[in-house]
Design a binder for this molecule. Structure first.
Ligand code: 5GP
Ligand code: MG
Ligand code: MG
Length: 197
């Protein structure tokens, strides 16, 4: 059990399970893409660890770039997506694969689609390590999904709660009950503000 700001989290998905899901996605994408050299686009901040580990598993040449969007406040997704860093490179004619840490409501993904609407890419595929099917309210196809999870807030492996938890190598799930054992304090008490995707 860990504490981040005012909330408690319990172990949920191990580093080993994450590794296996990432390897599966890397192989599937490499098989589908064939001889194309894809451009993997990570959505900062949350996907930095996914992208870093994913490209090490990707068995063929590829390019990597990032855009930076923000939607979450604390433990809730908002519809108001801020574009903090846009595309900095011409992707005309390229095979693009979006790499997301997690797809929840799909609001962030809708913004990604708006960003790519005017780019004449050859193809646009969506890959996400985690997916919350009960929370998803859009129709965009998700081409590659690592692990489906219930609609509960998670932290670790790049995902934060108000800035904390991104550096934890496995995934923890929010604990709603009051009783706890083996408490480890992780970071200072008191919730921060302004979390980024
Ligand atoms: P969506 O726009 O699909 O609702 O949410 C996308 C973004 O919200 C993700 O990229 C991620 O940054 C954040 N997010 C969604 N669900 C969770 C969660 O369970 N935990 C954390 N830490 N962030 C989440
Ligand atoms: Mg994200
Ligand atoms: Mg966040």
């Amino acid at each position: 059990m860990i504490k981040l700001h005012d909330k408690y989290f319990k172990p949920f998905i191990s580093a080993k399970e994450i590794d296996a899901a990432m390897q599966r996605m890397a192989n599937d994408i490499a098989d589908d893409i064939g001889d194309e050299i894809p451009v993997f686009v990570g959505i900062l901040n949350g996907s930095f660890m996914v992208v870093s580990d994913f490209v090490k598993k990707y068995p063929k040449p590829c390019e990597v770039t990032f855009i930076k969007l923000a939607s979450y406040e604390g433990v809730k997704s908002t519809e108001d997506i801020q574009r903090l860093i846009g595309l900095t490179q011409d992707l005309t004619g390229r095979t693009v694969v979006i790499l997301e840490d997690i797809i929840d409501t799909g609001n962030t993904l809708a913004e990604v689609h708006r960003i790519f609407k005017n780019e004449e890419v050859k193809s646009l595929k969506i890959a996400t390590l985690f997916y919350k099917p009960e929370a998803y309210k859009k129709d965009f196809k998700l081409h590659y999904i690592g692990i489906e999870i219930p609609n509960k807030f998670i932290v670790g492996y790049g995902l934060d709660y108000n800035g904390l938890g991104r550096n934890i190598p496995e995934v923890y799930q929010i604990k709603e009950t009051q009783f706890m054992t083996n408490l480890v304090l992780f970071g200072p008490p008191g919730a921060g503000k302004g979390t980024q995707a």
